[in-house]
Design a protein around this ligand. Sequence first.
Ligand code: FE2
Length: 234
Amino acid sequence: MTTDYHSHILPNIDDGSDSIKTSLKMIKMMKQQGIGIIVATPHFYMHREVSLDSYLVKRQNAYEKLMASDPAVKDIHIGAEVAIEKGISVLGELEKLCISGTRLILLEPPFTQYNSWIVEEIDEIANSRRLIPIIAHVHRYMGVYSKSDLKSLMSVDAVFQINAEAFEHFSTRRFVNKLISSGRDFVFGSDAHDLDDRKPNFDLIAKRSGSENIRRSDKVLMSAMADEERMFAF
Ligand SMILES: [Fe+2]
C-alpha cells in the first residue's frame, strides 16, 4: 500500500493539525491522492518534553481521539519525528518512538550548523540501539549544510526520507533523483502539517517520480514489519 512516511496529522500535538476537523480533511486529501498507510510523526524534542512517557501519553490520546472521531479512519501507523540532539542515542526506551511494529525511526537533523556529533548520534542509534534510522527530508539540508557536511550526513547507514516538495525545484529534484538512482534505501513523505502552505501533496511524487519508485519506498515499511514479526516468532 502506498505509504506516506512523514505527516503531522495527529490533532493538537505539535505545529501540525490544529483540530480533529483539520486532521480528517487532511486524511481525506491523502486518501484521494492514493495513500493507503499514513505514518503519523509528531515532533519529539527531547529537551522540550517533560519525559518520554508524557510524550507517549499525549500522542496516544491524540491518536485515540482521531480514531474515535470517524470509523472510516484506519491504517494510521504511529511514529515520531525525533529531533537529533546530543544524547538522543542514549535516551531510555528510544525504541518506543519507532514506527509501530518496526525498528524504523524517523530522525530530524538540526537545521543549524552541521556538527560531527550529529552523525555520531545517528551511528549510535543504528549500531548500539539496533534501530533503523530514517533521515527526515534529507534534501532540505542542501541549503543549510556545506557540500562536504551534507556528504558526511549521507555517509550514515540509514534510509533517506524525501518530501514531495523536493520534486518542485530543480536542484533538490536533481539531488533526490541521484539518491534514488544510487540504489540506496529511501522513503517518501508529504510532511503535511495543515490544509494551506503545507497541505498533503503526495500526488506530486506520483507525478514527478513515478509508481516504481513509490513501490520501492513502500517496500521499506513492509520488510521492516516482516523483520520484526520474524524476530518475535523465535
Ligand atoms: Fe515533519
